[in-house]
Design a protein around this ligand. Structure first.
Ligand SMILES: C[S@@+](CC[C@H](N)C(=O)[O-])C[C@H]1O[C@@H](n2cnc3c(N)ncnc32)[C@H](O)[C@@H]1O
Length: 260
């Protein structure tokens, strides 16, 4: 299982410390790490299973670069993302941050049988090239377009007349760009009425709430800079009256944002 599913107990405790009611299942508060791992495995077993072509792509991504493959969403998060696309009845879906295409497969999985399309952008041309091959291999060429361009360019160039409004946007590119991407989406009016933005990694390994509390971080380098950017981003969204948001302390922190 990918490390994104792992939630350190210190994070779980931090999430509960100021709550009068539990936000996660109370069992997770006191469970041993083995029990938590088992709960995650069990959740994975009960959830929708990863389609075989997706599993092959995930395994190829791990063989391609095992370290970088940790960037990908897990199969459990994939199933969750597909559910979100279905629940939003999304037709036009945009992903910022494709990597090798794994999450795009799950987003497309959530589309209706005969309608809808996923555009997924990746600034690294070599990686985008591999992603396009994975999409073809999974038989989803008709449903997914890999756009080998930076996210801000894609948002600036998004042609509303041509491609219509976006019903679902998954933000999973460089964390320092999140605020700019969000502003472009909202200022350009790219999101459909009732459309949903899902933003990944907004707790950033639990570091964002720690920084919010003014805690000293072990990692004072790049990690802290990213956590501060995400702290600023989360606050920015929370103060924007154009949207309503929920931050879910699942996976690496998922922010769900809807047009108000
Ligand atoms: C976390 S990974 C995406 C993982 C993918 N969503 C998945 O779960 O399978 C982030 C990707 O965004 C790409 N990226 C970073 N900055 C970007 C930008 N400004 N525009 C487009 N892609 C970017 C990186 O090259 C990397 O491949």
């Amino acid at each position: 299982m990918m490390s994104r599913l792992w939630q350190p107990k210190s994070l779980i405790r931090a999430l509960h410390s100021s709550c009068t009611r539990h936000t996660l299942h109370p069992f997770l508060e006191t469970a041993s790490s083995g029990s938590v791992a088992h709960a995650i495995t069990y959740s994975q077993q009960i959830s929708e299973q990863e389609p075989e072509p997706f599993r092959l792509v995930r395994e190829q991504a791990i063989s391609f670069d095992a370290h970088e493959a940790r960037k990908m969403i897990s199969p459990l998060q994939g199933s969750f993302m597909a559910q979100m696309v279905r629940a939003a009845r999304a037709e036009n879906v945009l992903e910022l941050g494709c990597y090798l295409g794994y999450s795009a497969l799950w987003l497309a999985h959530g589309l209706g049988n005969d309608k809808g399309h996923v555009w997924t952008c990746e600034r690294d041309m070599r990686v985008a090239d591999h992603a396009a091959k994975h999409v073809a291999q999974a038989g989803l060429l008709q449903r997914i377009s890999v756009v080998p361009e930076p996210a801000d360019k894609v948002l600036r160039d998004w042609d509303l007349a041509d491609r219509r409004l976006l019903d679902f946007i998954f933000i999973d590119a460089n964390k320092s760009g999140y605020r700019g991407y969000y502003d472009l989406i909202m200022d350009r009016g790219l999101l459909s009425q009732g459309g949903l933005i899902v933003v990944d990694n907004v707790l950033f390994h639990g570091q964002v709430p720690q920084v919010a509390l003014g805690k000293q971080m072990a990692d004072e380098g790049k990690g802290l800079r990213i956590a501060k950017k995400l702290l600023d981003f989360n606050q920015h969204v929370a103060q924007d009256s154009r949207t309503v948001q929920t931050l879910l302390p699942v996976f690496d922190g998922l922010l769900l944002v809807r047009r108000a």
